[in-house]
Design a protein around this ligand. Structure first.
Ligand code: SAM
Length: 299
């Protein structure tokens, strides 16, 4: 499908430089021309899993010299980093790749990049796919401020603690999640953040069965359970930020005023229209404030 690579690297590689190269997260068409050229030209490639990277390189007809691929993963990178940086200091060129997406983003590479920086070696980016950013950009949730927190914890108690921290967090939050835990995670999310918080599930991005949907957490959990296929593959969860404290205080103030005159549902609807806050939580708040009872008493 792709011709073997003969593209020149613009300007050509710099002696002593480390190139951090993003690779596809599913669709091989997403390996950029520049990434191909860099991978074809460096003296060495440090790869999370050399078999995966060999297959990727083979697909693009990129040949590496013997010993050109070195395994660099969580268990050995601290040990290898200094040796690789010494090669850079001697004028070598090195690319860093992970199995998929952008290295260092929930992937190995931090020790190497840090060591290269500390040694004063140039570090260049060859940017490309990243599941977190890809999911955020299609979620329909606010992108002006966001936080990325890697994989959700495996255990429910720790996961709930992670979600609890988002109760008052105004930024959009992005997490990676595995196929085994997605349903349990949605249960925990619902328990901590309630049914109204909007959440995007992005699954199998760039692949054949790519699917993404953004719904309030309560509806999303039902949707997720509606079809076993929706639990398959790789996932990103993007969670809407909490309403600004000032906004929710204003919504509550308006709601309280309206509740003095109106039944809970009408007061919540009007308060939502006036302030732009979501109606459901306002209705729940109206009920806890004794809304209907108060309205009935005054009628
Ligand atoms: N470095 C990668 C990046 O830039 O996205 C992430 C690597 S992390 C070990 C793997 C996790 O990323 C998966 O478990 C999943 O949560 C997410 N992920 C990777 N590829 C994905 C895809 N095609 N669709 C959805 N999520 C994906």
């Amino acid at each position: 499908m792709f011709p073997s690579v003969t593209l020149p690297v613009e300007g050509s590689l710099e002696a002593g430089a480390l190139y951090v190269v993003a690779t596809p997260i599913g669709n091989l068409g997403d390996l950029s021309a520049r990434a191909q050229a860099v991978l074809a030209s460096v003296q060495r490639i440090a790869a999370e899993d050399t078999r995966n990277t060999a297959a990727l390189l083979g697909h693009f007809g990129i040949r590496t010299p013997p010993g050109g691929l070195v395994a660099l993963h969580d268990h050995n990178e601290s040990k290898l980093a200094d040796g690789l940086v010494a090669e850079l200091a001697a004028g070598g060129t090195l690319a860093l790749v992970s199995d998929a997406g952008t290295p260092l983003i929930s992937d190995p590479g931090y020790a190497l990049v840090r060591a290269a920086r500390l040694a004063g070696q140039p570090v260049y980016t060859v940017p490309g796919p990243c599941a977190a950013i890809a999911a955020l950009s299609i979620s329909g949730l606010a992108t002006d401020r966001f936080l990325f927190a890697g994989f959700l914890p495996a255990k429910s108690a720790a996961r709930r603690a992670a979600f609890a921290q988002l109760k008052d967090e105004p930024r959009t939050a992005i997490f990676y999640e595995s196929t085994h835990r997605i349903e349990d995670s949605l249960d925990d999310l619902l328990a901590e953040l309630g049914p109204a918080r909007r959440v995007c599930i992005a699954r199998e991005l760039t692949k054949r069965f790519e699917q993404s949907i953004t719904l309030p957490a309560g509806e999303l959990r039902d949707w997720q359970r509606g079809d076993p296929n929706r639990g398959r593959g790789e996932f990103v969860l993007v969670i809407e930020g909490a309403p600004d404290q000032a906004d929710s205080r204003e919504a509550e103030r308006v709601l309280r005023l309206l509740l003095a005159e109106l039944p809970a549902s009408r007061a919540a609807r009007l308060a939502a229209e006036i302030t732009g806050a979501p109606k459901k939580p306002l209705y729940q708040l109206a009920l806890t404030l004794g809304g209907d009872a108060a309205a009935t008493a005054s009628e």
